[in-house]
Write a protein that binds this ligand. Structure first.
Ligand SMILES: NC(=O)c1ccc[n+]([C@@H]2O[C@H](COP(=O)([O-])OP(=O)(O)OC[C@H]3O[C@@H](n4cnc5c(N)ncnc54)[C@H](OP(=O)(O)O)[C@@H]3O)[C@@H](O)[C@H]2O)c1
Length: 246
C-alpha cells in the first residue's frame, strides 16, 4: 500500500524551514502539488525549486499569517486552485515566566499560532466542503496537553488549537472533511536549537525513545493524516513525542 496524493493540492504554512519544510517535501514526494508558504519568500522559492527539480510539483508563496490582509491573500491564492490539504504549521514561541510575561509576548504568540489558523482555515474550508473532500492538519504541541513552565502563552495557543480541531471536526465531518492535530514533542529545529547541552541531555532522559524527534518524524504523521487511507480519522490528536508524553 502506497500513499498517493497525486491530483491533490496542499498549502503548508511555515514551510521555509523545520517541520513545515519537511511536511512540504514529504507531501510532494507522495505526488501532491504543494504551496510552500512563509514570510521568507526566497527560501520557500528555493525549496519549491528543489521539489520541482526532483520531479514533483510545488510553488513558493510569500505569506505572513499575522498580516491584517491574510484572509484576502488566501482568497486570491485559492481563486487559482482549491486547497485539498491544509497544514496550519507556522508557529512561534516567546517564552517567559508568567509573572514577567509582556502582554506583547502573549498577543504575538496567540495571534501567530491560533488566530491565523482561524482566518486561513475559514477561507480554505469553503471549497473543501463544496468538493466533499478535505484534510486539515493543525500542528499543536505536547506542551498544549501537558503544560510547560515558561510557556503559558505557547501552551495556551497549542491547547486552543486542539479544541479548535475537535470542534471543527464535529462541524464538518458530514462533508467528508477531516480535521486532526499533531502534537509533536521536542523536535530538532531552529525552535529548539537554542537549548543548552545540559538541558538537551536532561530532556532526552525524559523521552522514552531517548532522542529528540526529527522534522521527518512529524512529516510522516502529517502525510498519513493527509492520505485517503486516514479518511476515517477525525478530531484526533496524534502525539509524535517519542513517548515524552503518553
Ligand atoms: N520544534 C519543536 O520542538 C516543536 C514541538 C512542538 C510543536 N512545534 C510546532 O511546530 C511548528 C513548526 O515548528 P518548527 O520547530 O519547525 O519552527 P521553526 O523552525 O521556528 O519554523 C517556524 C516556521 O513558521 C514560519 N512563521 C513564523 N511566523 C510566521 C508568520 N508570521 N507568517 C508566516 N510564517 C511564519 C517560519 O517562516 P518565516 O520565518 O520564513 O516566515 C518558519 O517556516 C510550530 O507551530 C511549532 O509550534 C514545534
Amino acid at each position: 500500500m502506497r500513499i498517493d496524493l497525486s491530483g491533490k493540492t496542499a498549502l503548508v504554512t511555515g514551510a521555509s524551514r523545520g517541520i513545515g519544510e519537511a511536511i512540504a517535501r514529504r507531501l510532494a514526494d507522495c505526488g501532491a502539488y504543494v504551496l510552500c508558504a512563509a514570510r521568507s519568500v526566497e527560501r520557500v522559492n528555493e525549496i519549491a525549486n528543489e521539489i520541482v527539480g526532483a520531479g514533483h510539483h510545488a510553488s513558493g508563496v510569500q505569506l505572513d499569517i499575522t498580516a491584517n490582509d491574510v484572509r484576502e491573500r488566501v482568497r486570491v491564492l485559492i481563486e487559482k486552485q482549491a486547497i485539498d490539504i491544509l497544514v496550519n504549521n507556522a508557529g512561534i514561541a516567546e517564552d517567559d515566566l508568567f509573572l514577567r510575561m509582556k502582554p506583547e509576548a502573549w498577543t504575538n504568540v496567540l495571534r501567530t499560532n491560533l488566530d491565523s489558523a482561524f482566518h486561513i482555515t475559514q477561507e480554505v474550508v469553503k471549497k473543501m466542503i463544496r468538493a466533499r473532500w478535505g484534510r486539515i492538519i493543525n500542528i499543536s504541541s505536547v506542551v498544549g496537553l501537558m503544560g510547560n513552565p515558561g510557556q503559558t502563552n505557547y501552551a495556551a495557543s497549542k491547547a486552543a488549537l486542539i479544541g479548535f480541531t475537535k470542534s471543527l471536526a464535529l462541524e464538518i465531518g458530514s462533508r467528508n472533511v477531516t480535521v486532526n492535530a499533531i502534537a509533536p514533542g521536542f523536535i530538532q529545529t531552529a525552535m529548539t536549537s537554542a537549548l543548552a547541552d545540559e538541558t538537551r541531555t536532561t530532556l532526552e532522559g525524559r523521552i522514552a525513545l531517548k532522542r529528540l524527534g526529527t522534522p521527518d518524524d512529524v512529516a510522516f504523521a502529517a502525510v498519513f493524516l493527509a492520505s485517503e487511507q486516514a479518511g476515517y480519522i477525525t478530531g484526533t490528536v496524534l502525539n509524535v513525542s517519542g513517548g515524552l508524553y503518553t
